[in-house]
Design a protein around this ligand. Structure first.
Ligand code: ZN
Length: 186
């Protein structure tokens, strides 16, 4: 009984609760800036770790599958992504992306949490190689294909000030009651 109580106290006391952040919308200059690299010293900064937790909560609450730091008005090279069982929660810092030409491209219909009301059909590479740092500062290299590759490309574009409206080939507007589209939101 005493052990249980101790465990509860340990888990409840030091953890700062995550906060939902405001998602900025198209027209805001931060969405158009080239985000800067996260310095290695930041990984140990509790504020940086809390920002990651806040972004995960904000993505979940907005029912998104990805969220980049510039979308919460932080112009740094950080994004989070997650989509059910298909794409596990991945925290990506300072990514380098290599598009795998041989695998070709395919059409992707995407919504953007920073562009209410529109879903856009854009071309994405089927496969990418991405190296990045995880939230603990560990260097990771991975190949992404399918939906994971699509989300990563969308979020990586955000770090470079690129929005799907820049890539659009065809505009569709299938809005749902939240004012967003029925396409996956990123
Ligand atoms: Zn987006």
């Amino acid at each position: 009984m005493k052990t249980m109580l101790l465990i509860c106290l340990l888990f409840s006391f030091p953890v700062a609760a995550a906060d939902q952040l405001e998602i900025i919308k198209i027209g805001h200059p931060t969405l158009r800036a080239e985000a800067r690299e996260v310095p290695l010293a930041s990984f140990e900064d509790p504020k940086f770790q809390k920002l990651i937790d806040d972004m995960i909560l904000t993505m979940d609450r907005a029912r998104g599958v990805g969220l980049a730091a510039p979308q919460v008005n932080q112009s740094i090279r950080l994004f989070v992504m997650k989509s059910g069982a298909r794409v596990p929660l991945t925290i990506v810092v300072n990514p380098r992306v290599e598009y795998v030409n041989e695998a070709g491209q395919s059409w992707s219909t995407e919504g953007c949490l920073s562009i209410p009301g529109s879903s856009l059909r854009v071309k994405r590479y089927r496969k990418i190689r991405m190296s990045y740092f995880d939230r603990s500062g560990q260097f990771v290299t991975g190949e992404f294909s399918g939906f994971g590759a699509i989300i990563a490309q969308h979020e990586y574009d955000h770090l470079n000030g690129v929005l799907i409206t820049d890539l659009v080939e065809q505009l569709r507007a299938v809005m749902n009651t939240s004012g967003y589209t029925d396409a996956p939101l990123m």
